[in-house]
Design a protein. Structure first.
Length: 101
């Protein structure tokens, strides 16, 4: 199955959300695969969680602005840098994104 078929099939089988992880971007620090995120959210009705590629807090902002109906996930930025979740939330807040701090 290609990704389109799999996303639709997952929704049909009753999934409440889909986690989309861009393996090509994972660990790269080059940002989310915004094209992939927008494509998947256009073909399914359930929430999509984006993962893979966050290298700085502006990448979180870019992901949010690409499609604010999704959830964002990140890992390496917190594991391999001195960044914290609190700092990420504060940055999103300064960009006008409503987030619980």
């Amino acid at each position: 199955m290609d990704i389109d078929e799999w996303a639709v099939k997952t929704e049909e089988l009753g999934a409440g959300e889909i986690l989309i992880q861009s393996i090509d971007r994972d660990g790269s620090g080059s940002g989310y695969d915004l094209e992939l995120i927008n494509h998947i959210t256009s073909i399914v009705q359930i929430p999509v969680i984006a993962l893979g590629g966050v290298g700085n807090f502006d990448h979180l902002v870019d992901g949010y602005k690409a499609n604010n109906a999704i959830a964002l996930a990140a890992a390496n930025i917190f594991h391999f840098t001195e960044q914290s979740v609190l700092n990420a939330k504060k940055h999103l807040d300064t960009q006008g994104i409503n987030i619980r701090i």
